[in-house]
Structures are given as C-alpha cells and as structure tokens.
Design a protein. Structure first.
Length: 617
C-alpha cells in the first residue's frame, strides 16, 4: 500500500522542471526518472531532487514527490531547500583557501598561531595541528558529539573551546573524519576575516555564484520537512558547528551552480581554489586514492570521481564530480528510507557512469610469490569510533573488518561493503581486489587503509571486539529478565506453599531482603537501559537529536546505566555474604550470584562505552 502511495506521489508531483539533455547524454532524464521512482517506492522516501550538469550546463534538474507530505507541497528544484549537512564542508574549505591565497592563513602553520581564546592541546610535541590537517581529516581528533542544539547553539569559538576532543594520533598519520576539525577551520576563517563565518560564506561563496537560496545560518528550511525511518517528521534543529554542516540548507538549483563552478575551475570560487580543492592532498599510500581538500577521491571503474555527502536526521545529499568528463551529479532526499541514508546517490551515479562512460578493465596485478600475509590478520575497527564520548556506543552496531591470510599470500576480508572479498598482494603490504578496482594497504603496523574511505582502521584485540560486549549485554539482559520475573514468582510459590500447609512466614533477616531488593532494582535498570539504547541504535536519525539536545529520555537512560556500577558492586558483596552466611537455599544463592554477575557484565560494558559519567555529564 505504501509503495503504491509513493509511486502515485512521484507521478502526481512529477518533475517540476526538466532540461533537455545534450546529444552525448541521450535518455538520461528517463534513466533518472525510472531509478528515482522505483527507489522512492522501495525506500519510502517522500521527496527527491536530482541535478546533473555536463558541458557547463544543467542537463537534468528535476524534483520528485513531496517536500511536505502533510501539506502536499511538491519538490521544486529551484525553490525547495534541503539540509545539506556535511556538504557545507566544501564551502568551509573554499573560504579557508581564499584566505590562504590572500596570505592571511597558512596551510602549514600551527593553528594555535591564530587562536586567542583557547588553544589546541599539545598532545604530540613538535607535531602541531595545521589547516592542511583540518581540511584533509588528518588532525587526529577523537570523534565526539556536539552538545549545543536548537536554542542552545553557541558562537563557533565558544563551542569549539568547550568541546575540544582528545587527539588520538599524530597529525598526518591517518584519515579520520572529523566534524570538529572542519569546524575549527571555519573558526580560523572567522578570526582572520573579522566577520562571523556565516556572513563570510554568504558574501564570498554564495553571492559570487548567485546561490541566493542557500543559507548557512539555522532555520532555512521553510516548507521542507525531514522524515525519519518510521515516516514521522523530524524537527530540523541546528547544532553547534554549522561550519561542519549542522544546519545549512540549499536548493538543487544552487548546488548545480556550485558544481558548474567547481567543474569549470571558476575564478569566482577564488583564484586557483577549485583546482587545489580537487587535487589529491593526502593519501595513506601512493597506490590508493585519498583526499583533496574536503573532497573525497572515490574512483569508479577507472574514472576519477570526487565525492562529498551530507547526512542529517531525515535528510541526505550526495555530490559527485567527474572532472575529466565535466559531469556533476547531485542527489537530495528528505527521508531516511529503509536504509537510513535516503535515496542511494551512489547507485544512481554508478548507473549514469555505466550508461554513458566507457568502462575500463580492472587493473591487472602480479601476485608476490613467497610473501606471507599472516602479519595482517586480525580484527580492525574504524578510526572514527569515539574513544571518549557517548558516540562510542555506535560501535556496538558496526561490525569490525576481519582480515584472514591465505596460504598463497592473499587475504580475505569481511566487513567491507560487498561481503567476503579476496585481495591479491602485489607489493609488500598493498593488495588489489580480485576482479575489482579497490585496493587495501597497511601503511603502519596495526593500521588498515582502503580505497574510497575517509577513515583508517585500527587493529583491535579480542577483548575490544563488539561481539564480546554484545554477548555480555545478552547475558546481562537474560539474567535481569530472569530476576525480574523469578524473584516475584519464587516469593509467590513460597507464599502458596505456606498457605497450603498453614505454616506462618518465618522470621526473615533484614539483610537478605535488602539484597533481593537491590538485585530487583538493578535488573530493572539493566532491562530499561538495554531496551532503550537498542531502540536508539536502531534509528540513528531519531537518536541524534536526543544526543544533541541532551533529551530527558536519554539522560534518564544514562543515569540508569550509571546506577548499575554501584549496584553491581553491592550485588557482588551480597553474593559473597550469602554464601558465607548461607542465606537461602543453594539454588537461591546460585541464582542470586548469576544475577550479580549479569549486572556486573552490563556495568563493564556501560563503562567501556562511556554510558557512565563523566563522558556525558
């Protein structure tokens, strides 16, 4: 029923505007129409806007479905604004590079040279963070979350000073996507230009290109709504660090103007800025694609492709450039869809490339003989996994990458897109996907890098594996449910037995009763927190605003998680005393001990994943 409804909406709203494609892209409008209609129905996405530019002009500029389902407002590529999320980082990089070219910022100077109200901590003496690091995601910051949102949004400098994350690796030793890092670059723009970041971007990025419907400041959505996985409308709040993408909005038409300017290396972006942004500025290995300034190199079937995406709760955008062919593709959607990332822009871009650009053959490599790959075996976790914040809990839902060596020197991996994949070692520590295009490298001991990724992966031991922690949570939940149901059931059985035999209730010491009450309270806490966090992890679009706003429901869950630590200690002590003083019968003591161990297992996981203060206080 819902699929039929979405299809009807697509056909009813239809494309608001459609330019005729040039001769070298015949039928591209029909190809996009078919893909979008099918995907919207399957993914349950209410509205989409797609723009394709080629040869310096728009060849596709279409809106599909509804910008506002309740008010039946159709998507208009000229006027409908979408939250663009991290695509904003392109504007931040452009602004910073304009000031570099003016001699007011230095790409390789210590950022502390410019900071006055706070300083970046000198975690690695002699290895300062530079603007170049910020614009290539190589500053080494821990992934953290932004606590100001809605009415609590703070000035950029104040927010950066209050939320500075730890530095986990020396600068320039691995890509690890960082919202904080790019926001810091935006603050440098603010400092040296002498005007608020939003004002600078409006004057020096949007105005020269005629992007009159784009806004950096919060509150620019107007008639557009964001829709979560369950179809409910999300409130489009802003958060700290608009320079990284928390709040800015734009239209498909404006983003087409930006793509045309990037593809033509338009001087209105700043003299030489576009070329510098698109040029590779960092790679983990010379044989792998890497990073431009914010642009991510994401080659597809032998064609150089640059990518930048943006994700906000209920809204998603994808931008692709094929510089050599002069083609740009932009996709925006206002629903999380079943895959939680809206309409799949990558799949659409790949369809377009497959149709119109000749495919090369995957590179042929010669396998090294007599070289073992055993040193690379193990589990690897994304470097974007937070260490010091509540966001670390996301790792429970993200399976690490597993590397297994084969007898012929190749490796097998699971955990990357595509399931089980085989890789041929053609140079020491560098592997080519068998029959494919991607490559893997091990640039440093215990570090894995893969093509088309904005993170490296760090080796983890068995005790750090999320599956172990999930098993502990499962055991804790089982013990807690057993206690929640078992204690009252056991009491009811004892009462029924006494009534049947007409025996009075024996005098019960106070301590055992308190011990049972503590176990019951701890079990309730474990169940509530596990179930609550499970719902949040299942719907990140709904969870993110709760984190940003420190919503009461989230804070209640974290308080419950924190209580399990002293409760676990109390239950372990009570278990020891129960065996010493022979409280209850042996089965009762065993059951109580298992509950104590289950609560302790949960407490260990809660501490490991920063569910216990001070990470969230």
């Amino acid at each position: 029923m819902f699929t039929e409804l979405i299809t009807a909406l697509v056909l009813a709203a239809g494309p608001v505007h459609a330019a005729q494609p040039p001769p070298d892209l015949p039928g591209i409008g029909a190809l996009i129409d078919e893909y979008v209609a099918t995907s919207m129905a399957e993914e349950k996405v209410p509205g989409v806007a797609v723009t394709v530019v080629a040869g310096g002009r728009e060849v596709v500029d279409k809106g599909y479905g509804l910008a506002d389902v309740e008010r039946r407002i159709p998507v208009d590529p000229e006027r409908t604004r979408f939250l663009i999320g991290s695509e904003t980082k392109l504007f931040t990089a452009q602004a910073a590079l304009q000031l570099v070219h003016e001699g007011r910022l230095d790409l390789d100077a210590d950022v502390n040279t410019y900071l006055t109200t706070f300083k970046i901590r000198d975690t690695y003496p002699g290895r300062p963070v530079t603007l170049r690091n910020l614009l290539t995601h190589t500053a080494g910051f821990d992934e953290d979350y932004v606590v100001g949102s809605g009415k609590d949004v703070r000035p950029l400098g104040e927010a950066l000073a209050a939320t500075q994350p730890a530095r986990l690796r020396p600068p320039g030793t691995g890509v690890s996507y960082s919202n904080y890092g790019v926001a810091l670059a935006g603050y440098l723009v603010e400092i040296v230009s002498g005007m608020p970041f939003e004002e600078y971007v409006g004057r020096h990025v949007f105005e020269p290109l005629g992007m009159n419907d784009s806004v950096i400041a919060c509150g620019g959505l107007e008639d557009t709504r964001a829709y979560l996985v369950d179809g409910s409308a999300a409130r489009a709040d802003c958060a700290d660090f608009t320079a990284s993408g928390a709040g800015p909005a734009s239209t498909a038409a404006d983003m087409a103007r930006y793509m045309r300017a990037q593809l033509s290396l338009d001087a209105r972006l700043g003299s030489g800025v576009a070329a510098e942004m698109q040029r590779q500025q960092y790679t983990e290995d010379p044989r792998l694609p890497g990073m431009g300034f914010v642009w991510e190199e994401s080659p597809y079937r032998g064609h150089r492709m640059l990518f930048k995406g943006g994700d906000m709760p209920g809204m998603h955008s994808y931008m692709f450039l094929l510089p050599e062919q002069g083609i740009g593709i932009h996709v925006m959607s206002n629903g999380d869809g079943t895959g939680r990332h809206g309409l799949d822009g990558f799949a659409l871009a790949e369809k377009i490339i497959d149709r119109y650009l000749p495919a090369a053959r995957p590179p042929s490599v010669k396998a090294l003989s007599g070289v073992s790959a055993e040193r690379y075996q193990g589990w690897y976790q994304s470097s974007r996994t937070s260490h010091g914040s509540l966001l670390k809990v996301q790792a429970l839902a993200d399976a690490p990458v597993h590397v297994t060596a084969t007898a012929d020197g190749a490796i097998l991996t699971t955990g990357f897109k595509g399931g089980l994949r085989r890789w041929i070692q053609f140079e020491p520590g560098v592997f080519q996907e068998e029959g494919g295009w991607d490559r893997i490298a091990f640039p440093e001991p215990g570090q894995l890098a893969i093509s088309r990724s904005t993170v490296v992966f760090d080796r983890i031991g068995p005790l750090d594996h999320p599956s172990l922690h999930l098993a502990l949570l499962g055991a804790a939940l089982l013990a807690a449910v057993a206690a929640l149901l078992g204690f009252p059931a056991a009491a009811a059985v004892r009462l029924a037995r006494r009534r049947r035999h007409g025996t009075p209730a024996p005098a019960s010491p106070r301590a055992p009763r308190i011990a049972r009450l503590l176990a019951w309270i701890a079990s309730v806490s474990v169940i509530v927190v596990v179930v609550g966090l499970g719902f949040l992890l299942a719907d990140e679009g709904r969870a993110l605003p709760l984190v940003l706003q420190r919503a009461p429901v989230l804070m209640a869950l974290l308080v419950g998680a924190s209580l399990t630590v002293p409760l676990a200690a109390s239950l372990l002590a009570c278990s020891a005393i129960a065996w010493w003083k022979r409280w209850w019968r042996t089965p009762g003591r065993i059951a109580y001990t298992l509950v104590a161990l289950g609560v302790t297992a949960f407490a260990v996981v809660a501490v490991t994943y920063n569910l216990v203060g001070p990470s969230w206080t």
